[in-house]
Design a protein. Structure first.
Lengths: 134, 86
Protein backbone atom coordinates (compact mmCIF):
# COMPACT_ATOMS: atom_id res chain seq x y z
CA UNK A 1 0.00 0.00 0.00
CA UNK A 2 1.32 3.43 -0.90
CA UNK A 3 0.81 6.33 1.44
CA UNK A 4 0.54 10.10 1.44
CA UNK A 5 0.94 11.31 5.01
CA UNK A 6 0.13 14.98 5.42
CA UNK A 7 0.01 17.48 8.24
CA UNK A 8 -3.08 19.30 6.98
CA UNK A 9 -4.39 17.58 3.87
CA UNK A 10 -3.93 18.41 0.20
CA UNK A 11 -2.85 21.98 0.89
CA UNK A 12 -0.96 22.90 -2.27
CA UNK A 13 -0.24 21.97 -5.88
CA UNK A 14 2.84 19.89 -5.01
CA UNK A 15 0.92 17.67 -2.57
CA UNK A 16 -1.97 17.44 -5.06
CA UNK A 17 0.43 16.32 -7.76
CA UNK A 18 1.91 13.70 -5.41
CA UNK A 19 -1.58 12.34 -4.73
CA UNK A 20 -2.46 12.04 -8.42
CA UNK A 21 0.87 10.36 -9.06
CA UNK A 22 0.18 7.75 -6.35
CA UNK A 23 -3.37 7.17 -7.62
CA UNK A 24 -2.10 6.68 -11.15
CA UNK A 25 -5.18 8.34 -12.63
CA UNK A 26 -7.18 11.55 -12.24
CA UNK A 27 -9.03 12.02 -8.93
CA UNK A 28 -12.30 12.27 -10.90
CA UNK A 29 -11.84 8.61 -11.90
CA UNK A 30 -11.14 7.39 -8.36
CA UNK A 31 -13.43 5.97 -5.68
CA UNK A 32 -12.62 6.96 -2.11
CA UNK A 33 -13.66 6.07 1.42
CA UNK A 34 -13.25 8.60 4.22
CA UNK A 35 -12.65 7.79 7.89
CA UNK A 36 -13.73 10.47 10.39
CA UNK A 37 -13.23 8.27 13.48
CA UNK A 38 -10.14 10.02 14.93
CA UNK A 39 -12.13 13.21 15.54
CA UNK A 40 -14.65 12.00 18.11
CA UNK A 41 -12.61 12.00 21.34
CA UNK A 42 -11.54 15.64 20.92
CA UNK A 43 -13.48 18.86 21.68
CA UNK A 44 -15.78 19.76 18.78
CA UNK A 45 -15.43 16.28 17.32
CA UNK A 46 -19.00 15.99 16.05
CA UNK A 47 -18.79 19.23 14.07
CA UNK A 48 -15.31 18.46 12.82
CA UNK A 49 -16.48 15.09 11.54
CA UNK A 50 -19.32 16.75 9.64
CA UNK A 51 -16.98 19.36 8.12
CA UNK A 52 -14.44 16.71 7.13
CA UNK A 53 -17.03 14.49 5.44
CA UNK A 54 -18.58 17.47 3.67
CA UNK A 55 -15.25 18.80 2.47
CA UNK A 56 -15.48 21.93 4.59
CA UNK A 57 -12.55 21.30 6.92
CA UNK A 58 -9.31 23.30 6.74
CA UNK A 59 -7.61 20.06 5.65
CA UNK A 60 -8.63 19.46 2.00
CA UNK A 61 -9.39 15.79 1.20
CA UNK A 62 -13.05 14.94 0.63
CA UNK A 63 -13.71 17.98 -1.58
CA UNK A 64 -11.13 17.11 -4.25
CA UNK A 65 -13.68 15.84 -6.76
CA UNK A 66 -13.65 12.08 -6.25
CA UNK A 67 -15.73 9.91 -8.56
CA UNK A 68 -17.47 8.49 -5.50
CA UNK A 69 -17.09 8.96 -1.78
CA UNK A 70 -18.25 6.84 1.15
CA UNK A 71 -17.87 6.98 4.93
CA UNK A 72 -16.05 4.14 6.63
CA UNK A 73 -16.92 4.46 10.32
CA UNK A 74 -14.45 2.30 12.20
CA UNK A 75 -16.44 2.17 15.46
CA UNK A 76 -19.35 0.63 13.54
CA UNK A 77 -17.41 -2.04 11.67
CA UNK A 78 -17.13 -4.66 14.47
CA UNK A 79 -20.93 -4.77 14.68
CA UNK A 80 -21.74 -5.12 10.98
CA UNK A 81 -21.27 -7.99 8.55
CA UNK A 82 -17.83 -8.01 6.87
CA UNK A 83 -19.42 -8.52 3.47
CA UNK A 84 -20.73 -4.96 3.68
CA UNK A 85 -17.34 -3.34 4.02
CA UNK A 86 -14.29 -5.57 3.37
CA UNK A 87 -14.71 -5.77 -0.40
CA UNK A 88 -15.54 -2.07 -0.46
CA UNK A 89 -12.13 -1.36 1.10
CA UNK A 90 -10.38 -3.84 -1.19
CA UNK A 91 -11.82 -2.18 -4.28
CA UNK A 92 -11.42 1.47 -3.34
CA UNK A 93 -8.75 3.67 -4.91
CA UNK A 94 -8.14 5.78 -1.81
CA UNK A 95 -8.71 5.72 1.92
CA UNK A 96 -8.94 9.26 3.32
CA UNK A 97 -8.18 9.44 7.01
CA UNK A 98 -9.02 12.58 8.97
CA UNK A 99 -7.03 13.92 11.91
CA UNK A 100 -7.85 13.87 15.59
CA UNK A 101 -6.57 11.53 18.27
CA UNK A 102 -3.95 9.05 17.00
CA UNK A 103 -4.33 6.46 19.78
CA UNK A 104 -8.13 6.39 19.47
CA UNK A 105 -7.84 5.96 15.71
CA UNK A 106 -5.26 3.19 16.09
CA UNK A 107 -7.43 1.43 18.69
CA UNK A 108 -10.41 1.35 16.33
CA UNK A 109 -8.27 0.39 13.33
CA UNK A 110 -7.30 -2.72 15.30
CA UNK A 111 -10.75 -3.40 16.76
CA UNK A 112 -12.41 -3.07 13.36
CA UNK A 113 -9.96 -5.35 11.57
CA UNK A 114 -8.97 -2.59 9.14
CA UNK A 115 -5.39 -2.65 10.53
CA UNK A 116 -5.03 -6.25 9.31
CA UNK A 117 -6.57 -5.43 5.95
CA UNK A 118 -4.47 -2.34 5.12
CA UNK A 119 -1.11 -4.04 4.39
CA UNK A 120 -2.80 -6.36 1.88
CA UNK A 121 -4.26 -3.53 -0.19
CA UNK A 122 -2.42 -3.35 -3.50
CA UNK A 123 -4.20 -0.55 -5.31
CA UNK A 124 -5.50 1.73 -2.59
CA UNK A 125 -3.57 4.81 -1.53
CA UNK A 126 -3.71 5.68 2.16
CA UNK A 127 -4.11 9.46 2.40
CA UNK A 128 -4.05 10.92 5.88
CA UNK A 129 -4.08 14.11 7.90
CA UNK A 130 -2.12 14.57 11.12
CA UNK A 131 -3.29 11.87 13.59
CA UNK A 132 -4.29 9.68 10.65
CA UNK A 133 -0.73 9.86 9.39
CA UNK A 134 0.91 8.98 12.70
CA UNK B 1 1.25 4.49 10.60
CA UNK B 2 4.46 4.69 12.60
CA UNK B 3 5.26 2.09 15.24
CA UNK B 4 4.86 4.65 18.04
CA UNK B 5 4.13 8.35 18.43
CA UNK B 6 5.98 9.39 21.60
CA UNK B 7 4.27 9.60 25.02
CA UNK B 8 3.95 13.42 24.76
CA UNK B 9 1.32 13.01 22.07
CA UNK B 10 -0.86 10.48 23.91
CA UNK B 11 -4.17 12.04 24.98
CA UNK B 12 -6.88 9.36 24.67
CA UNK B 13 -5.43 6.34 26.42
CA UNK B 14 -5.93 2.91 24.90
CA UNK B 15 -7.06 0.10 27.25
CA UNK B 16 -3.66 -1.55 26.76
CA UNK B 17 -1.80 1.71 27.56
CA UNK B 18 1.37 2.87 25.82
CA UNK B 19 1.98 4.79 22.62
CA UNK B 20 2.26 1.96 20.10
CA UNK B 21 0.61 2.51 16.73
CA UNK B 22 0.32 0.35 13.63
CA UNK B 23 3.93 0.26 12.48
CA UNK B 24 3.16 0.30 8.77
CA UNK B 25 6.07 2.70 8.17
CA UNK B 26 9.48 2.71 9.83
CA UNK B 27 9.59 6.41 10.70
CA UNK B 28 7.61 8.70 12.94
CA UNK B 29 6.24 12.18 12.33
CA UNK B 30 5.54 15.43 14.12
CA UNK B 31 2.79 17.33 12.24
CA UNK B 32 1.77 21.02 12.30
CA UNK B 33 5.35 22.23 12.77
CA UNK B 34 5.41 25.95 13.73
CA UNK B 35 1.60 26.22 13.46
CA UNK B 36 0.51 29.69 14.61
CA UNK B 37 -2.27 28.29 16.84
CA UNK B 38 -0.16 25.52 18.34
CA UNK B 39 2.48 27.00 20.66
CA UNK B 40 3.78 23.54 21.60
CA UNK B 41 4.71 22.69 18.00
CA UNK B 42 7.84 24.78 17.53
CA UNK B 43 11.05 23.39 16.04
CA UNK B 44 12.49 23.34 19.57
CA UNK B 45 9.52 21.17 20.67
CA UNK B 46 10.09 18.91 17.67
CA UNK B 47 13.77 18.56 18.59
CA UNK B 48 12.84 17.54 22.13
CA UNK B 49 10.28 15.02 20.83
CA UNK B 50 12.72 13.60 18.29
CA UNK B 51 15.39 13.13 20.95
CA UNK B 52 13.17 10.46 22.49
CA UNK B 53 12.53 8.58 19.25
CA UNK B 54 14.53 5.57 18.12
CA UNK B 55 13.44 5.75 14.48
CA UNK B 56 13.89 8.48 11.82
CA UNK B 57 11.45 11.26 12.67
CA UNK B 58 10.05 13.89 10.32
CA UNK B 59 8.80 17.23 11.63
CA UNK B 60 6.56 18.69 8.89
CA UNK B 61 4.51 21.85 8.58
CA UNK B 62 1.05 22.14 7.04
CA UNK B 63 2.46 22.69 3.53
CA UNK B 64 4.36 19.39 3.62
CA UNK B 65 3.53 15.73 3.05
CA UNK B 66 5.44 12.45 3.15
CA UNK B 67 4.93 10.29 0.08
CA UNK B 68 5.66 6.57 0.44
CA UNK B 69 5.85 4.65 -2.84
CA UNK B 70 6.64 0.92 -2.56
CA UNK B 71 8.43 1.69 0.69
CA UNK B 72 10.48 4.59 -0.71
CA UNK B 73 10.05 7.82 1.26
CA UNK B 74 9.94 11.23 -0.43
CA UNK B 75 9.14 14.55 1.22
CA UNK B 76 6.85 16.81 -0.84
CA UNK B 77 6.87 20.36 0.44
CA UNK B 78 6.06 23.97 -0.31
CA UNK B 79 6.82 24.82 3.32
CA UNK B 80 9.42 23.57 5.73
CA UNK B 81 10.32 20.33 7.41
CA UNK B 82 13.22 18.58 9.05
CA UNK B 83 14.38 14.98 9.33
CA UNK B 84 15.83 13.87 12.67
CA UNK B 85 17.85 10.67 12.65
CA UNK B 86 18.36 8.70 15.88
Amino acid sequence: MNLLLTSAGIKNASIHEALVDLLGKPIAECDALCIPTAMYPKPGGAGNAWRFINGRAATPMCELGWKSLGVLELTALPSIDEEYWVSLVQETDAVLVGGGDPMYLCHWMRQSGLADLLPSLREAVYVAVSAGAW
Amino acid sequence: MASYIGEDFVRWKPPSGGDRTLGLVDFSMFPHLDHENMPDNSMADAEKWAAGMSVPAYAIDDQTAIKVTDGAVEVVSEGHWRLFTP
